[in-house]
Every structure is written in structure tokens, then in C-alpha cells.
Write a protein that binds this ligand. Structure first.
Ligand SMILES: C[S@@+](CC[C@H](N)C(=O)[O-])C[C@H]1O[C@@H](n2cnc3c(N)ncnc32)[C@H](O)[C@@H]1O
Length: 245
């Protein structure tokens, strides 16, 4: 599919928007799935692996039980979770089937479910942990995604978000200006052949909430003990939140 056939929407407020946004985002991730892993590791210089491990560490405070990797993409987090929690039920969910297909072999025992993060096909309280890596900023309605994460978690369950929030520190804003807006679309465009997709990914960081605003959104969705942790000068951050008992 060409970018003309599926225009990538501008990223503005993170509230309910027409579902055209979600359709275009899904089509874009399906399109870039074949080169996603290569570009991910190349453009982060491999530091994403350390960020992912740090995010998984935050699940240590969660009760034992099923784990959901939300917006799992090509399942890098799922693979690390499978190694860290070999005896737990593990579910990888994403609405882009092509992304999940690329990941299946990384965690062969994980259940793979194609689903929208804002309308999950899971029962209330089905999971003890939900983790979402670089997915929340893509949702057309952040609050709806937070409410769903809260709903599928049991009381005491833990939600961990690893994300590129809108930068607030000067150094990080400069990094974003140089890297996300220039390097990301150029290198991403060259390797994937889809400059628009990588321009969208850069814009999606800028148009998203900052970490504090996201923490407030989680608190508003019913989570307690909401805590944030900046990684690498706030280039990426982790937010941990708990469902009240
Ligand atoms: C940047 S990728 C991150 C993938 C993976 N979690 C990682 O850490 O590399 C974002 C993923 O979120 C998924 N996504 C975006 N919006 C979604 C939605 N509404 N429901 C489910 N998945 C969604 C995309 O399909 C994509 O695979």
C-alpha cells in the first residue's frame, strides 16, 4: 500500500478522533513491519534493549499471574518477558497483524492476539501485569487505552508504560529536533522506503503528552501509585501504575 492510499494523519491531541487515525496507523505499521526490527535497533544504537529490560524490572512488584504485552509489535518485549517469567501465561496483543507475524518466533509459547488496545477482547481482571512499549502514543484516545489497561488488570495489578513522551528538558528537546525530525525520517525512509511513516513516528513523540500529563491520565483512569522514571536524559521514560486493591 502506498502512503497516498493511506495518508498518515497529523498527530494532535490525544483524545477521541475519527477512527481514520487508527486505520492509517495500523496500515502504516503493517507496511513497515519487514524493516521495523532492523531500524529500531539501528536507530536506538541498541539502547532500546536496556530500556526494555528496565521496564520489565518494574513488574517485580506485580502479583504473579498472566502478563499482557500491549501494542506488542514485533514482540521484542514479549521475548524478554518469556525469558524473565517462563512459568507465567504470556499474551502479545497488537492491532497490526503483520507486526505480530514478524515476532511470533521470538516467543513461541506466547499467545498472540490481534486486537485494538482501546477495545480489548479480554475479561475484567484477566491479567496481573500489563506492559506497553512505545505503543500508547499511537492511540487516538490515550484515556480509553488507559481505562482498558485498568479494566483487564486484577486489583493490585501493575501497568508499566515505556514511552517517548513529549520532551520537556532542554537537552532532550534539542535531541528530538535534530534526531527525531531529521535523522529518523531520513534513515527510516531510506531503509524502509517509507519516509512518511518515519516522519509520523517523529511527530507522534512531539504531539504526545509529556510524562506528567500521561501520569495524570493514568490517575484519572483509576490507577494509583503512579510513578515515572526518566531514562537517558528523558529520551525515553517508564511510568508504573497500580490498580487499587
Ligand atoms: C512503535 S511500535 C512498538 C512495538 C513494540 N511494543 C516495541 O516495543 O517495539 C507501536 C505498536 O503499537 C501498535 N498500535 C498502535 N495503535 C494501536 C491500537 N490502537 N491497538 C493496538 N495496537 C496498536 C502498532 O501496530 C505497533 O505495532
Amino acid at each position: 500500500m502506498t502512503s497516498e492510499a493511506s495518508p498518515i494523519p497529523a498527530v494532535h491531541a490525544r483524545e477521541a478522533q475519527p477512527s481514520a487515525h487508527d486505520g492509517a496507523v495500523r496500515a502504516m505499521f503493517d507496511r513497515i513491519a519487514p524493516t521495523y526490527d532492523l531500524l529500531n535497533h539501528l536507530m536506538s544504537g541498541g539502547i532500546d534493549v536496556a530500556w526494555r529490560k528496565k521496564a520489565i524490572e518494574q513488574l517485580a512488584v506485580a502479583p504473579s499471574g498472566a502478563i499482557l504485552d500491549l501494542c506488542a509489535g514485533t514482540m521484542d518485549l514479549t521475548a524478554l518477558l518469556a525469558r524473565r517469567f517462563p512459568n507465567e501465561r504470556l499474551v502479545a496483543s497488537d492491532f497490526a497483524a503483520q507486526m505480530l507475524d514478524r515476532g511470533r518466533k521470538k516467543a513461541p509459547n506466547a499467545e498472540v492476539v490481534v486486537a485494538d488496545a482501546m477495545a480489548l477482547p479480554f475479561a475484567d481482571g484477566e491479567f496481573s501485569s500489563v506492559i506497553c512499549g512505545f505503543g500508547m502514543r499511537n492511540l487516538s484516545d490515550t484515556r480509553k487505552g488507559a481505562l482498558e489497561a485498568c479494566r483487564v488488570l486484577r486489583p493490585g495489578g501493575v501497568f508499566v508504560t515505556l514511552e517517548f513522551f513529549k520532551p520537556t528538558q532542554l537537552a532532550t528537546r534539542a535531541f528530538h529536533a535534530a534526531y527525531a525530525k531529521v535523522v529518523l525520517p531520513t534513515v527510516g525512509g531510506l531503509i524502509s522506503g517509507d519516509r512518511d511513516a518515519y516522519a509520523y513516528l517523529a511527530k507522534s513523540m512531539d504531539g504526545f503528552l509529556n510524562r506528567r500529563e500521561y501520569e495524570q491520565t493514568l490517575a484519572g483512569a483509576g490507577f494509583v501509585d503512579v510513578r515515572g522514571l526518566d531514562l537517558t536524559l528523558g529520551v525515553a521514560s517508564i511510568v508504573t501504575a497500580v490498580v487499587p486493591r
